[in-house]
Design a protein around this ligand. Structure first.
Ligand SMILES: [Zn+2]
Ligand SMILES: [Zn+2]
Ligand SMILES: [Zn+2]
Length: 773
């Protein structure tokens, strides 16, 4: 008996080869019907013998194309009609391709095989792609996502490419960036001042430059990289000097998994992350036998590794026979990555010896993503290329909100329905170029996602550039406290409602009392939060200077607990202090000059790192805390004590016993590895104790862990394990960074909750006036 079914599929099912896939699945079973794109995804009607139709329905989600992401799949029974064949119906309502745009992903195995097949017409073509791979997000100018709206518009397809594009059974059916040697983009080689170098094979020339120890700027998918031979110590040093990057680790690209396994420890989860279509940079522990020079990642037990993801990368690595290439963002220190050829020559002037460019325009910059793998789980540290603009799927419908994020590692977030679209990594907004990119990213994402938010969420810090921008927009505004946003972000990602116990640990966030928070335990829901415990306040002598110079934090903490008497302590830290500078810092603290108070957990790490001799000054953000974690030695030990003093409804975490114990250990020449371990264990024990006290008081049993401090693998794993052992349900970040890169998601859901309360109360706050910038 014939039956007919209608199937509504939502999620990422457009522009990813879904229609030809369904077409093949249906025609292979000789079923009739059709498929069309709708505003929510695709609708399929399929008709034929009952068993065949059921088989089709069973196979459909399981064998979907690699880039498809199905979020809902609903089957209805409908009446049969006279259909005799299966057709792809082109929508003329303008609804087509108005849903989710897929991210840029790595070259697929089929294209890779063709790339190195001398018989293929795209042999060694650096822009080979198909519906299963290649650029998307970074080449989209506008919607709908089809060729005229992309930077491929200037490359009319040749007859062969057009035939592939039009054939539903071809892997390149409606692959918008489809191209070949004859009709598509081409690479070129420029010298350091941007003059074209005539040569037969620009990639081979660039590879020989790299082999000779030179620095080559390589145009990629979301921006330029600066490349150098990672096995050549002198080349790595040269790149550090030119980029003014003293010690911050460089990411390295290795040709394949085998090469990665030769230098780092790689478990199953790490392998999956490395080989995933997103191809993020993965932080991996170095093997003892690792042959990569230490200059690539000084004082670090980890290497930042990734595999090639564009055809151009494969050609370059293979051409030069490189075992590893440093591939670092094409920028000067913290500026945004360069994307345009002329811009690259201007901004990377003096950094690169050659420019390997191409003429396919990058419309929106998108840095490499960074993940770490711990306990078999992949966690985002920087969610960017390969992941954006895939939304974070939320539990409930949300009003449209724009959340503008924080100051450092900025991202923005737009919500629509059950989707939260986090932007790519934008960077540190105190940098003028990044601030410009911030504005561009908001405009571009609002356009391609078709979201016109009327509610705007921002951080309470009055000096953040994102906050100042928000206050000028003429919108309905919701200010969200920094650590409340962190916990809300973790709740949203984990589809939690109600209230939780939240540990929000990071370096800096503006508190509701005007002090700098950062070691916070909250009782929080989307609607509000209560500060239940925090580290005791200590002065931050010199503000930002204290962040760059951890020794100031150690002096501040010692002076706070022991007064100027600490100067008589017989420990190495005190002996090596510069008397004049120390006296200046002490006077700043005593006279309360430029010494804001802070409860920051990150600054506590800084103080302990300086005190134990690990690092007195940092060259990049969180360096002291990272090196303190790296110093942990494996022996078992107890944690340092901390005390809990009742404070109103909650507690203040006193650190005096901690510093007394560290000073005691230093006097006895206890090694830094042991001190670091005791410090970490002390934090874990204290947090578990606080969680227990809060559970007794509030009956809450769910704990959320958020904030940049949770990028610390040891602390995260120990705390999660100990809390779980104590019977808590523990929720952490996976898809969204724990640090400030995930802040905008939390801001968005807190603002959405406020908007729902307004709607419930039948009240709408006035728009704030729009001000000229
Ligand atoms: Zn492909
Ligand atoms: Zn062609
Ligand atoms: Zn933060």
């Amino acid at each position: 008996m014939e039956v007919r079914r209608q199937i509504e599929v939502s999620g990422i099912v457009q522009g990813v080869g879904f229609r030809p896939y369904v077409y093949r699945l249906a025609t292979g079973r000789k079923l009739a019907g059709n498929i069309r794109n709708t505003s929510a995804g695709v609708t399929i009607e399929v008709q034929g013998p009952r068993e065949e139709v059921q088989d089709f329905v069973d196979h459909l989600p399981a064998e979907a194309p690699p880039l498809a992401r199905i979020t809902s799949f609903i089957v209805h029974e409908v009446a049969c009609n006279g259909d005799t064949d299966f057709r792809i119906v082109h929508s003329c309502t303008g609804e087509e391709v108005r849903t989710l745009i897929s991210p840029d992903v790595a070259i697929c195995p089929d294209c890779l095989r063709e790339l190195f097949d001398p018989a293929d017409r795209r042999y060694r073509y650096p822009f080979i792609n198909c519906t299963n791979c290649g650029p998307r997000f970074t080449i989209v100018r506008d919607i709908p996502y089809d060729r005229p709206s992309t930077s491929m518009a200037v490359f009319p397809m040749c007859a062969s490419c057009q035939a592939e594009y039009d054939d539903p059974l071809n892997r390149r059916f409606h692959a918008q960036p489809n191209a070949c040697w004859e009709c598509g983009p081409q690479v070129g080689l420029w010298d350091k001042s941007g003059r074209h170098i005539f040569c037969r094979d620009p990639i081979a020339e660039a590879a020989s430059g790299l082999s000779a120890g030179l620095i080559v700027a390589v145009k990629g998918l979301g921006g330029f990289h600066l490349a150098a031979d990672a096995t050549n110590k002198a080349a790595v040093k040269l790149l550090r000097e030119r980029k003014r990057r003293v010690e911050k680790p460089f990411a390295i690209m290795v040709p394949d998994l085998q090469a990665a396994q030769g230098i780092c420890e790689i478990d199953v989860a790490a392998q999956a992350a490395l080989e995933s279509v997103q191809r993020p940079i993965v932080l991996l522990p170095k093997k003892p036998s690792c042959s990569i020079p230490k200059e690539v990642a000084p004082f670090n037990r980890y290497l930042a590794l990734f595999l090639p993801y564009t055809p151009l990368h494969y050609l370059l690595l293979r051409e030069g026979g490189f075992r590893a290439l440093v591939m670092t963002s094409g920028n000067l220190s913290e500026e945004p990555i360069a994307i345009d050829n002329q811009e690259a020559v201007r901004r990377l002037n003096g950094l690169a010896d050659y420019f390997l460019v191409h003429n396919r325009e990058i419309l929106l910059r998108c840095d490499d993503s960074v993940v770490r793998v711990s306990g078999g789980v992949t966690r985002q540290m920087r969610r960017s290329r390969g992941f954006v603009p895939v939304p974070v799927f939320l539990k409930d419908e949300q009003p449209s909100v724009l959340a503008v994020g924080g100051e450092l590692k900025n991202t923005i977030c737009l919500t629509k329905g059950k989707h939260a679209f986090l932007s790519q990594h934008i960077g540190d907004l105190e940098n003028a170029e990044s601030y410009g990119f911030f504005g561009e990213a908001i405009e571009h994402l609002e356009r391609i996602l078709e979201i016109q938010p009327t509610i705007l969420a921002y951080d309470l810090h009055p000096d953040y550039f994102s906050t100042r921008w928000a206050l000028q927009q003429g919108s309905r505004l919701v200010g969200v406290q920094h650590h409340h946003a962190h916990i809300a972000s973790c709740m949203a990602e984990n589809h939690l409602d109600g209230r939780v116990i939240g540990f929000a640990l990071d370096g800096t966030g503006y508190g509701t009392d005007g002090h700098i928070w950062g070691g916070e335990v909250l009782i929080a829901g989307y609607n509000d939060f209560k500060r239940a415990a925090h580290f005791e306040y200590v002065p931050l002598p010199g503000g930002a200077a204290a962040i760059r110079e951890p020794w100031r934090m150690a002096v501040s903490c010692l002076a706070h607990h022991f007064g100027r008497d600490f100067l008589n302590l017989e420990i190495p830290f005190v002996r090596q202090l510069d008397k004049t500078k120390t006296d200046l810092v002490l006077r700043m603290i005593e006279q309360k000059i430029n010494s804001p108070l802070t409860s920051s957990c990150g600054r506590l790490f800084d103080a302990v790192a300086a005190l134990s001799g690990i690092r007195q000054q940092v060259n990049y953000e969180a360096q002291a805390a990272i090196e303190l974690e790296m110093a942990i030695t494996a022996s078992c030990s107890d944690g340092y004590p901390m005390e809990l003093a009742p404070d109103g409804d909650g507690w203040i975490i006193g650190t005096r016993p901690l510093f007394e114990a560290i000073v005691g250990d230093l006097k006895q020449d206890i090694g830094v590895g042991e001190i670091s371990r005791r410090f970490h264990n002390g934090l874990v024990a204290t947090f578990v104790r606080i969680a227990g006290l809060l559970r007794d008081k509030s009956a809450l049993n769910r704990v959320c862990l958020s904030g940049g401090t949770f990028h610390n693998v040891y602390l995260s794993q120990q705390l999660e394990a100990r809390l779980t052992n104590a019977g808590f349900e523990v929720f952490t970040h996976h898809e969204v960074p724990a640090g400030d890169g995930g802040l905008s998601l939390g801001q968005a859901v807190v603002a959405a909750a406020a908007a729902k309360r307004w709607a419930f109360a039948g009240y709408l706050p006035a728009l704030t006036p729009r001000r000229d910038k």
